[in-house]
Design a protein around this ligand. Structure first.
Ligand code: SER
Length: 322
């Protein structure tokens, strides 16, 4: 087990902002360096521990932080997501591929002991079975984001077998959370809908009502990362990326669940370019390998997640912290 001097890239993002705080609680504030680039860090992030500006496409900049803070564990979350990726494919390739390559190289050269890097359900394309998508199946994604995730998975596996780099990964589904908004993904509607339902009692959804995608609530998302990072290395049989699943629902089912708390809520469905991306992704995921190898088990389903989201966001919005 490493000594836990941790660097989190993408720390100002949807997952990073919460993961950083959780890691700080667990390993001590000063032992977790948050690194952001484009988004402004929250007060919480700035006040609770070290923060650096870091462009992950700049290898020397990563090296400098790793040396200065004697980093032994990296959570590399910085990435361009699926919808923005389709608008800026060159940028998505540059950040996602070169960012990961730089992190893996710095890890190899400087003896960083462990790396977490998230992959995504976006690795799958229409040729893969869409229901209960298996761990090992054909990977022909149609988004550049998915292409970078497939290439990234293969690169991680290569660095493990060739250089012994202990890099671990899960394929996250859409992540739902109340702290920080997601930035430019296809599954963002499942978060936006809560804000709009509470604030305006109406939402215009950018995918069809019958669109089913796999989703996960933030506490489970964080648990997946921490559980996998704490697992004994000999338990990990998959060095590309593990399927992990928690819940699957259609946009219409999500609306119906929210209506239980906000009866006057109405939702219109106006699919845009993101519909095509959603249609190329799985509807549900077989995560039996993760359950078997490192005991993966999610806690939140649609009902429990919705209840908690409404409660947390209602409080947050009432306090004026949109
Ligand atoms: N939530 C991500 C996206 O929609 C999937 O990895 O891009």
């Amino acid at each position: 087990m490493s000594k836990e001097k941790i660097l989190v890239t993408g720390a100002t993002g949807q997952i990073g902002s919460e993961l950083t705080l959780k890691l700080r609680k667990k390993y001590g504030n000063d032992n977790v360096v948050a690194a952001g680039h484009k988004r402004k860090p929250s007060e919480k992030l700035l006040e609770s521990g070290p923060f650096v500006y870091l462009d992950v496409t700049d290898k020397e900049a990563i090296e400098k932080v790793v040396k200065e803070y004697e980093i032994d564990t990296i959570y590399h979350l910085a990435a361009v997501l699926s919808a923005i990726g389709e608008e800026k494919p060159q940028l998505a390739w540059h950040v996602n591929i070169n960012g990961l390559y730089n992190v893996l190289e710095v890890t190899r050269e400087h003896g960083v002991q462990r790396v977490f890097w998230p992959s995504s359900i976006a690795v799958f394309g229409p040729e893969a079975p869409r229901v209960n998508t298996p761990q090992n199946t054909v990977l022909i994604p149609r988004t550049v984001y998915g292409v970078t995730k497939v290439a990234g998975e293969l690169l991680c596996n290569y660095y493990f077998t060739k250089f012994g780099v202990d890099v671990r990964s899960v394929r996250y589904p859409g992540i739902i959370s109340s702290e920080t908004l997601p930035g430019g993904g296809t599954t963002d509607y499942a978060v936006e809908i809560f804000y709009e339902a509470i604030k305006h009692r109406r939402y215009v959804c950018f995918v069809r009502e019958d669109t089913v995608l796999p989703m996960m609530y933030m506490p489970d998302c964080l648990k997946a990362a921490l559980d996998l990072m704490e697992a004994d290395a000999d338990k990990i049989t998959c060095r590309t990326s593990y399927n992990v699943s928690a819940m699957s629902f259609s946009a219409g089912e999500l609306v119906a669940e929210i209506k239980k708390y906000i009866p006057g809520f109405t939702c219109e469905f106006k699919p845009d370019f993101r519909q095509k991306i959603a249609d190329s992704w799985p509807m549900s995921i077989d995560d039996s390998a993760a359950r078997r190898d490192w005991g993966w088990k999610p806690a939140y389903d649609l009902a429990a997640m919705t209840r908690d989201m409404i409660e947390k966001l209602t409080r947050k919005l009432a306090e004026g912290n949109a």
